[in-house]
Design a protein around this ligand. Sequence first.
Ligand SMILES: [Zn+2]
Length: 223
Amino acid sequence: MTPRLRIRIAPLALVLSALLVSACDAPTVARPMAAYSPTSLTNGQLYRWSSGSTIRVWHIQPADSTRDVFRATQLALAEWNAVPRLREYRLESATSLERANIVIVDRSTPLPLAPAASCPFDPRGSTGYTYFCVSGNRAQRLQSSSGAPTDVSVIIRLDVGGMASQAVLEAVVLHEMGHALGIGGHSPETADVMFGNPTARFLSGRDVQTLQFLLGERPQFTL
Ligand SMILES: [Zn+2]
């Protein structure tokens, strides 16, 4: 099963993006070209966090699993935190689910957040699944399952029970975090974290290059 990326884009977002598509940030350093397309799964829509964002990540350890989601999350944060050269973002652990921006949860755990009404959560199983729902030019903030407002806009859902090893879990979390940072595409190279069926546990130069490229581009929407 291939990890998937699920994004719903409201019609308004498509209209706005058509107006913005030729605009471009003026980068202050030379940026690499993307090594693979960061928009192949998003119909050409480029997205990322606003520059300078602190992105807080909350993980939920599945109750009956020996796999260590905390460790996988920490490794992913360290790897992706090495990419920005101009403090475009900083990943850190959240202090609560409500204050998180990204939540990592296993499919065996009842979802602690209510999906946006316009973007139903895909019930199908997949090894990894990154969800956000775009409205206008920004991903919606989700409510908790009890209806309280949160800062969460991205959910990474895992199928930890379907993973053969801790190494697979770490590769999948690293991969989904790439989607959660703005890489809306898959690499054709097996050595890249963003290969569709990921096994790499460290970013390749191509993964770094692709994210550095898109951090310098003007996004059609932000997370
Ligand atoms: Zn993927």
